[in-house]
Write a protein that binds this ligand. Structure first.
Ligand code: SF4
Ligand code: SF4
Ligand code: SF4
Length: 275
C-alpha cells in the first residue's frame, strides 16, 4: 500500500459506506440503513485515522465499536441473525434485508475493494479471540482447510431443511441459532487458540465465512504491497503477522495471500517503511 493511497483510505472508505447508506435508505425507504452504514463507516474510518496517527490500539477501538454493535445491538436486541444461517434464511425468504445486505457489503462484494478488512476490524468473533495470548502463531501448522467447507455446507443444509420441512416459528429458531452458534464459535475459537497457540486458528481452520471471503479478497484493490527498493529482507514484518502471510511477495498468489486481514501490524513493524 503506497503512502498516497493510504492517506486517502479513511475518506474513501467512509464515502463508500455513506454511498451504500444513502442508496439503501432511498431504495428501501428505511432510515435504519442510514444510521447503520454511517455508524460502521465512521467507526472504520476513525480507526484508520487513529492508525495513521500511530495510536497503538486503533484496530482494537474499531473492533470493539463495530463488533459490539453487531453482536449486541443488531443480533441480541434487534434479533437479526447476522451469521451465515441468517444469510441463508433471508436469501430463501427472498428478502434483501439484514444479513443478506450485510453479507453482500462486508463479505461478498466489499472484499473486492477492502479485502478481509471485515476480519481485521469488525468481526465480533475475532474481537474476543484477539484478546487471547497468542497474537502471532507460535508454530506454523498444516492447515486443514477443508473443514470450513463442511461447516459452510452444514449451515446451508440446516436452514434448507427448516424450509423443506415447513417448520414454524422460523424467526424464533433463527434467533436461538444465533445465540447457540455464537456460543459454539466462541468456545471452539478459544479451544483452538490454546490448542494451536494461535488466536486466529478458528479463522484459519474453521470459519465458514472464509468460503466467501478468501476468493473475493484475492482480487482486492487495497492490499499490502512491498517496495522492493526499500526492503532489506530483515523479516520483521513476517514475524508479527497473525495470518502468516508473505507480504514481501507482491504477487496475488503469495503465500497465504487471501488470509491477510489488513491489521497493518507488518506496516508498523517495518523499519524501512517498505510496506
Ligand atoms: S475468519 Fe471468520 S471468525 Fe475470523 S475474523 Fe473472519 S469472519 Fe471472523
Ligand atoms: S500483518 Fe500485514 S500481511 Fe499480516 S494480516 Fe496484518 S496486514 Fe496482512
Ligand atoms: S520489515 Fe520491511 S524491510 Fe524488513 S523484510 Fe519486511 S518489508 Fe522488508
Amino acid at each position: 500500500m503506497n503512502s498516497k493511497a493510504s492517506r486517502f483510505l479513511p475518506l474513501l472508505l467512509w464515502l463508500v459506506f455513506e454511498a451504500v447508506a444513502v442508496v439503501l435508505t432511498l431504495t428501501k425507504a428505511n432510515l435504519f440503513y442510514l444510521f447503520n452504514f454511517s455508524y460502521i463507516g465512521t467507526a472504520l474510518a476513525l480507526g484508520l485515522v487513529l492508525f495513521q496517527r500511530r495510536y497503538r490500539h486503533a484496530r482494537r477501538v474499531v473492533q470493539l465499536l463495530v463488533g459490539t454493535y453487531m453482536l449486541v445491538y443488531l443480533g441480541l436486541l434487534r434479533g437479526e441473525n447476522m451469521q451465515l444461517e441468517g444469510f441463508w434464511y433471508y436469501l430463501f425468504t427472498g428478502v434483501f434485508e439484514a444479513a443478506t445486505i450485510h453479507y453482500a457489503v462486508a463479505k461478498i462484494f466489499g472484499p473486492l475493494l477492502f479485502g478481509r478488512g471485515w476480519c481485521g476490524y469488525a468481526c465480533w468473533t475475532a474481537m474476543i479471540l484477539d484478546l487471547l495470548p497468542y497474537k502471532v502463531p507460535q508454530k506454523p501448522q498444516k492447515r486443514p482447510g477443508f473443514f470450513r467447507y463442511i461447516v459452510f455446507a452444514a449451515s446451508f443444509v440446516f436452514v434448507a431443511a427448516l424450509f423443506l420441512c415447513r417448520v414454524g416459528h422460523l424467526e424464533k429458531i433463527m434467533f436461538a441459532a444465533f445465540i447457540i452458534g455464537n456460543v459454539l464459535y466462541y468456545a471452539l475459537g478459544i479451544l483452538l487458540a490454546f490448542r494451536f497457540r494461535d488466536n486466529r486458528a478458528f479463522c484459519k481452520y474453521v470459519c465458514p465465512v472464509t468460503v466467501f471471503l478468501k476468493p473475493m479478497s484475492y482480487f482486492s484493490l487495497f492490499r499490502i504491497e512491498c517496495d522492493k527498493t526499500k526492503c532489506v529482507s530483515c523479516g520483521k514484518c513476517r514475524s508479527v503477522c497473525p495470518m502468516e502471510v508473505d507480504m514481501t511477495d507482491n504477487s496475488r498468489r503469495r503465500k497465504n495471500g487471501t488470509e491477510c486481514i489488513l491489521c497493518l501490524e507488518c506496516v508498523k513493524a517495518c523499519p524501512k517503511k517498505a510496506l
